[in-house]
Each structure stands twice: as C-alpha cells, then as structure tokens.
Design a protein around this ligand. Structure first.
Ligand code: C2E
Ligand code: CA
Ligand code: CA
Ligand code: CA
Length: 276
C-alpha cells in the first residue's frame, strides 16, 4: 500500500507542476487580455417559448489569446476569479454589452453574467450606473445573471449590492438553478425576474430521467407562484423545445434557436421585426 501511495505521488506531482505552470502563464496573459483587445463578446438568442420570438441575448465572453488560441470560458473565468481579475474584466463586459444593446430595438434585452466576486465590491453599483448612463441603455433592458453561489458568502454584502442594482430598475435572473448551493431562502429575499433552468436538467429530462422532469416541473411551479419567469437553457432539438414548452417554461435558449453569435449577426437578428 505504501508503494502504491508513493507511486501515485510520483505520477501526479509532475502533472501538478504543469498545471500550476500553465495557470501561471495563462494568468499573466489574462492580465492584459482586455487592454490588448483579445476579448470579445458573442450573443446568444433568448426566445419566447411559445411564439419563438426573440426577446433578448445573453452576452458570452470569449478570449482568443495570440499565444494560446481560443481559451474556453470554463477555463479562464474561474482563473480570472481566482486571480481577482474578474472585476475589471466584468466591468468591460458590462460596458461593452450595454453599448451594443443600446443599438438594438428597445424591446430586445441584454443579459450579462456577473461573478460573485464582482458583487463583493460596492463599486459594482457605480459600474452598472455608469454603463447605463454612458450608453443610454434603459435599466429595464439590462438583466444580470447571478448564480446561487453569490449567496454562499452572506454577510459580505452581495445581497445589499443586488438590492441597490434592483433599485436602478435592472432585472436579475438566477442562473444555473439547482446546480449549486441550494437554499430557497434567498428566493424570497431577492427579487429575481426569472430563474434559468440549467442545461443538465433539460438534457436529462429529454432522456426520460424522471427526477429531472420532476425538478423542472417543481421549479416552474415555484417560479410561477413567486411571479418569476423561467428560462430553459441548452435546448438543442425540436423535441426538447416541445418538452420545455409543455412544462410551461417562459423562455428558451439553446443551439436549437441559435448558437452564440458574433456582434454583427446579433445586431441583424435584433433588427428584424419581432411582434409581441
Ligand atoms: P452560462 O452562463 O451557463 O452560459 C451558457 C453556456 O451554455 C454558454 O457556454 C453557452 O455557449 C452554452 N450553451 C448555450 N446553449 C447551448 C446548447 O444548446 N448546448 C450546449 N451544449 N451548450 C449551450 P460558454 O459561452 O462556453 O460559457 C460558459 C460559462 O462561462 C457560462 O455559463 C458562464 O458561467 C461563464 N461566462 C461566460 N461569459 C461570462 C462573463 O462575461 N462573465 C462571467 N462572470 N461569466 C461568464
Ligand atoms: Ca448565464
Ligand atoms: Ca446558465
Ligand atoms: Ca453555467
């Protein structure tokens, strides 16, 4: 057993070094990625579940490094969070997304992802206010997506910051619902406009996993009774669309309706006529 233990140690150690080294190098590159213009946003359509009409877009951050090529957000966002770089990067995302959305017809909304770390800083409220003021976007058209993890560090002020953002008229949605820390208390304390049902539930339900079906039904019922909308994420097929429609989801998002689009394509789509 001792030998096996040492063997494991020896096998893993070099790999850990490589990982640490990779992280260090990526982090260095990440530090200047915004100022070097290596980051950009893609916009994924969010549509009305019933009519299929466009309601808005979710802004999704992309980083193409000259050294490393395209780096997945699932990799660089956690890295930016750990390195405390997410606040400046997030401020750039917010500003850029508002600027773009201000050129769209006034019934098309923009959703922006916000990391817990950004909400720990009261300056975040100023970042939102100035993004709206300098772009002329009206607050009701901006939706901030936060995950349950925001509420894990209660007492550090995230709830207060969210309250002040809500007072501006900005909407909040609860992202990746059910995948993280789950206590329903914050649902009654914070005024969310909508709950986003994570792709994993949608895909499992489509495969006939009964628990996933039960969870989606329960979330829709809960949201309805709290006066919140629901968005089903990761809808990839017509069958999945029909399924989430039957569950009563308000909005849908996924490859079936559109992949994240470059800014020009999003603008063209936004500019088409979408009747109520
Ligand atoms: P998320 O907020 O849950 O965003 C949805 C993710 O699902 C996006 O991945 C999107 O491209 C992907 N997706 C959408 N529809 C489908 C589908 O039908 N099938 C499949 N398989 N995937 C679909 P992406 O763009 O790679 O982003 C990953 C995560 O990175 C996001 O998950 C979000 O947590 C984070 N992220 C992205 N942009 C930002 C940002 O500007 N700020 C922060 N803080 N986080 C961001
Ligand atoms: Ca999101
Ligand atoms: Ca999500
Ligand atoms: Ca996610």
């Amino acid at each position: 057993a001792k030998d096996a233990g040492r063997g494991v140690f020896r096998t893993y150690e070099p790999e850990l070094h490589v990982q640490a080294e990779e992280r260090r190098v990526l982090e260095m590159a990440l530090r200047s990625a915004v100022e070097k213009g290596e980051m950009f946003l893609m916009y994924q359509p969010v549509v009305d579940a019933g009519s299929g009409h466009l309601r808005g877009f979710e802004a999704l951050l992309r980083w193409t490094s000259p050294e490393f090529g395209p780096v997945s957000p699932d990799k660089f966002i956690p890295l930016a969070e750990d390195a405390r770089l997410i606040a400046p990067i997030g401020a750039w995302v917010l500003r850029t997304a508002c600027e773009e959305a201000a050129t769209w017809p006034s019934n098309i909304r923009i959703a922006v992802n916000v990391s817990p770390d950004q909400l720990q800083n009261p300056n975040f409220v100023t970042t939102v206010t100035s993004s709206l003021a300098s772009t002329g976007l009206s607050a009701e058209r901006l939706e901030l997506e936060v995950t349950e993890s925001v509420f894990m560090h209660e007492g550090l002020g995230a709830t207060k910051v969210l309250e002040r953002v809500l007072d501006l008229g900005v909407r909040l949605s609860l992202d990746d619902f059910g995948t993280g820390y789950s206590s329903l208390g914050y649902l009654s304390r914070t005024r969310f406009s909508s709950i986003k049902i994570d792709r994993s539930f949608v895909q499992d339900a489509a495969k006939g996993v009964r628990e996933a079906v039960a969870i989606i039904r329960a979330v829709v019922a809960l949201a309805n009774s709290l006066g919140m909308a629901t968005t089903a994420e990761g809808v990839e097929t017509e069958a999945e669309h029909q399924m989430v429609q039957e569950f009563g989801c308000t909005k849908v998002q996924g490859y079936y309706f559109g992949r994240p689009l470059p800014v020009e394509e999003a603008r063209a789509l936004a500019g088409r006529r979408w009747d109520e």
